[in-house]
Design a protein around this ligand. Structure first.
Ligand SMILES: Cc1cc2nc3c(=O)[nH]c(=O)nc-3n(C[C@H](O)[C@H](O)[C@H](O)COP(=O)(O)OP(=O)(O)OC[C@H]3O[C@@H](n4cnc5c(N)ncnc54)[C@H](O)[C@@H]3O)c2cc1C
Length: 500
């Protein structure tokens, strides 16, 4: 494989670009093919249909191979060796490119699609100083999907069986990453999952138009090939306790996420037709046979759907709502997302925001609900909103705290057949309430010694992902899951006895 010599010594200044690299900045950025808005509203399939081989090669050739330390590697929470992978794509060695991503990442096909690259690797890309950043995410997605579909997941080198057993609680990105690392280290791994299928938010949350369920399913099947056992429909803290797991296993990993939707606490929030985001998303996106009892069947659909929130979750809700309207008899319906802050304050990927608008979603900023108004049957029909203003940031504060203040006399009423609340998530306090040795920093958010080892306050029990960081990102959950697995590996090395 060709290796570019480092140019400009250790000085990454663009002035030091050699002519060959500079030429690369003239290659026009190519957008990967995607479904048109009109077509995609009729299905729940991924918007991006993926690069063709030739397009991927051209896009990878836009990488100018910066002198080290490469900013994209530093910008990636798992420090993928992006330049080497892109060079392999440029040389049409897609398998090698995928293996480079897999060396540092357990779910590269997922993060290639769903990471907020614009603030991570692509946000750090030098090429953005000339044109659009190299489309690193879509290239990561391209080569790892290419490998998975053409060759299957590569079988890793497995350590000899250690005789040690580890329980992993939760099968989201953190749990899957930890399970894979521990299985490769030769340990017997059993994953306990509350939902009927493994995958966490990759399956039960993130809609199929952002990520095909098949990817998480294939990853779980691959982990089974590595010896990982999944026990679903089992909630730790309710069906089995951490203390019981400690007796059966040598170590326990907790990757239970932050699954509890924040309560809005407003009059009428218990009316029929008012949904929490997770229930709306899973019922809107998944077939009934993949859902637990009490959550089966499509959510209601209507002409006026109001979504409250300004993050990735609300973007997923509005886009699910538009598809449900188009597919279930309300083609001229209206979906409006009300957010209490300004447009630039939303915590949503730009790509998803653009897609939502292309799909006909309307946004209203500086607006917050006051109450939900129902009809005589107890079903929501309207929402009373009020206009808000953001208090100017205190200049003395390094990180401005955004305070939104209601504007008196600004209330207005909007029609609503359905309301979806997407106002953030917190931890589930159940496990901590049943296991007093496990200290938390907030309800359901575990205290750990360091995110570099995930050690909780209970010996042999480790935690990582959203149940430590609070609701965050897939890539940070994967990174922390890997670190916790390595923490467990060190801990197992100190044990002299085995679990029963
Ligand atoms: C709608 C939505 C969209 C998102 N979109 C993006 C995105 O585009 N990009 C991005 O990077 N991030 C996104 N995120 C955030 C991302 O999904 C999470 O940060 C990530 O999944 C956290 O991984 P985790 O493994 O810590 O937790 P989770 O993925 O939440 O997995 C936790 C698992 O533990 C299980 N569990 C919980 N309690 C128990 C118990 N007591 N016993 C057994 N099992 C239990 C849960 O059922 C779940 O399967 C999104 C989040 C949401 C809600």
């Amino acid at each position: 494989m060709q290796v570019y010599p480092k140019i400009g010594g250790e000085d990454p200044s663009l002035l030091d670009l050699d002519p060959d690299r500079y030429e690369r900045t003239n290659i026009p950025a190519g957008a990967p093919p995607e479904q048109s808005p009109a077509a995609r509203l009729h299905n729940f399939e991924m918007v991006f249909t993926g690069y063709h081989d030739a397009q991927a090669v051209v896009e990878a050739t836009r990488c100018i191979h910066c002198p080290s330390p490469e900013p994209c590697i530093l910008g990636c929470p798992v420090h993928n060796d992006i330049p080497s992978a892109l060079l392999a794509i440029e040389q049409k060695d897609f398998e090698q490119a995928a293996n480079i991503f897999r060396a540092t990442h357990n779910l590269p096909e997922v993060c290639g699609r769903l990471c907020p690259q614009e603030v991570l690797c692509e946000g750090a890309c030098t090429v953005a100083g000339f044109d659009r950043a190299v489309n690193i995410g879509k290239l990561e997605n391209f080569c790892t999907n290419w490998q998975r579909t053409q060759k299957g997941f590569p079988m890793p080198e497995m350590a000899p069986r250690s005789g040690r057993r580890v329980a992993v609680v939760g099968s989201g990105p953190a749990g899957l990453a930890a399970a894979e690392e521990l299985a490769r280290d030769g340990h017997e791994v059993v994953v306990y999952e509350e939902w009927p299928q493994p995958g966490g938010l990759l399956v039960y949350g993130i809609p199929g138009f952002k990520l095909s369920k098949e990817i998480a399913d294939a990853k779980c099947a691959h982990l089974e090939e590595l010896g990982v056992k999944f026990i679903c429909n089992t909630k730790v803290g309710r069906d089995i306790q951490v203390d019981d797991l400690q007796k059966k296993f040598d170590a326990v990993f907790l990757g239970i996420g932050a699954p509890i939707g924040h309560s809005i606490g407003l009059p009428g929030d218990d009316l029929k037709g008012v949904y929490q985001a997770t229930e709306f998303l899973v019922r809107g996106n998944l077939p009934s046979d993949e859902l637990p009892e009490g959550m089966k069947g499509l959510p209601e659909v209507g002409a006026y759907i109001v979504v409250i929130g300004g993050g990735d979750t609300s973007a997923d809700c509005v886009r699910t709502a538009r598809r449900l309207q188009i597919q279930h008899g309300f083609p001229d319906g209206e979906v409006v997302d009300y957010y209490r802050g300004a447009e630039h304050e939303m915590r949503v990927r730009e790509e998803e925001y653009v897609h939502a608008q292309e799909e006909g979603v309307k946004y209203e900023f500086h607006a917050s609900p006051v109450r939900f108004i129902g009809d005589e049957k107890g079903h929501v029909r309207q929402v009373e909103m009020q206009k808000m203003r953001s208090k100017p940031a205190d200049k003395a504060q390094r990180v401005p705290i955004k305070i939104r203040i209601p504007i008196p006399g600004s209330n207005f009423i909007v029609p609503a057949d359905i309301v979806v609340l997407a106002i953030g998530y917190g931890g589930d306090p159940l496990i901590a309430s049943r296991t007093p040795e496990l200290k938390t920093v907030k309800p359901g958010i575990f205290q750990v010694e360091s995110e570099l080892n995930g050690a909780t306050t209970m010996p042999g029990v480790y935690a990582a992902g959203d149940d430590v960081r609070g609701a965050d990102l897939i890539v940070t959950a994967v990174a922390a899951g890997r670190h916790a697995a390595w923490g467990i590996e060190s801990y197992l090395g100190t044990l002299t006895t085995r679990a029963a």
